[in-house]
Design a protein around this ligand. Structure first.
Ligand code: GLY
Length: 357
């Protein structure tokens, strides 16, 4: 991954220095309506580069990651006569970097991209690793490219405006990274309370750095997800199925990280059943998720729908099968493990017992 990761709580100076060291023809800053309101004014007051840059604002929300918004970004770049030597800064969460990343990757065959994530979720996941994309034809991230940002500036200063809900949503990905790394990392993440206000920028940045570097190592080894990178989907087969159940069948929403937290518990139950993952550690994870995130209320009547969503998961190798990443221990993931529907239902039963539902 040809990306420089910079961990700093001085974003403005870092941007000024980066721009001074390069020779960009023009600078574009892509935000959504939320970061336009809450983050842009802070950075504008600190950075002449941001003050002078062209601003491009997208509507907020994952359903705006679509072809209409993408063409809207191309149009604005074209109207402003952006050249290939322009810089495109994504200032926002995953929606901003997924959509903006794809626009920048494709406009004139690719501008230089810098990501400045403003949520914990995008700091530890979407902003790093080069996945860009839009939703299409009813499927999430159906069209996209791997296109690495030149630099990602990771900071905790913008988290002051986030809710505990947002923080927990991002933290689920950090729990996942820790489980993929090792027990020491997992224990450290379990011991930290990400909801304690106010956000302590300095305490958190160290944990975030460890977490992002775990992802970076995986992406470096397999940038195009031919194999190993699939480990980053731990917790996501169930997590995505719960998100689909929430959106399609319950007409409600379930934050990605909240779904992943539940998914981590179910998939660790499967890891325990099928790969011998330690029971005491499974209980530690389940207790943390129950206390911090709360359970997601499902009954056995939901199982057929959940299985249907899992069968549609794009990570399955053979259609009809349901594949998982499972762990035999912390730091020992196995990809492409086909699990029977019967075992998945048993794991969901055990999840409901562990969560007290
Ligand atoms: N979010 C998982 C990945 O970037 O591969």
């Amino acid at each position: 991954m040809n990306t420089k990761l910079i961990f700093t709580n001085n974003v403005a100076d870092t941007l000024e220095k980066y721009v001074a060291e390069n020779n960009f023809s023009d600078i574009f800053v892509h935000v959504d309506v939320n970061t336009a309101k809450f983050v842009m004014p802070i950075l504008e007051s600190q950075s002449e580069t941001i003050r002078k840059a062209h601003k491009i604002t997208s509507p907020a929300g994952d359903d705006n990651k679509n072809i209409e918004q993408l063409t809207g970004l191309w149009k604005q770049l074209s109207d402003a006569q952006a050249t290939r030597s322009a810089l495109f800064i994504n200032l926002g969460g995953g929606m901003v970097s997924d959509l903006g990343g794809l626009a920048a990757a494709t406009f004139k065959r690719g501008l230089t991209v810098v990501n400045v994530p403003t949520t914990l979720l995008s700091a530890v996941d979407a902003s790093v690793g080069g996945k860009t994309g839009i939703n299409f034809n009813g499927f999430k991230n159906h069209v996209g490219l791997f296109y690495c940002p030149d630099v990602v500036i990771i900071s905790t200063v913008f988290f002051q405006t986030l809710t505990n809900y947002d923080m927990l949503s991002g933290y689920a990905e950090m729990i996942k990274h820790a489980m993929l790394k090792g027990k020491q990392c997992f224990d450290k993440v379990m011991a930290y309370d990400v909801t304690l206000p106010p956000v302590n920028p300095d305490a958190l940045i160290g944990l975030i750095k460890e977490s992002v570097l775990i992802k970076k190592d995986v992406v470096d080894a397999d940038p195009h997800e031919s194999g190993l990178r699939k480990v980053l989907n731990y917790g996501h087969t169930i997590g995505h199925a719960l998100e689909s159940l929430a959106v399609n069948d319950r007409k409600s929403t379930l934050a990605h990280g909240f779904a992943v937290a539940q998914g981590l518990v179910v998939e660790t139950v499967l890891s325990n059943m099928l790969k011998g993952f330690d029971s005491a550690e499974l209980h530690k994870l389940a207790t943390y998720v129950k206390n911090s995130y709360g359970p997601y209320d499902i009954t056995c009547d939901d199982y057929p729908k959940l299985l249907e969503y899992m069968r549609q998961d794009k990570k399955n190798i053979d259609s009809g099968n349901i594949d998982f990443v499972l762990l035999s221990d912390f730091g020992k993931p196995e990809i492409n493990v086909t699990v029977s529907e019967k075992d998945i239902c048993v794991a969901l039963d055990i999840y409901r017992d562990l969560m007290g539902i």
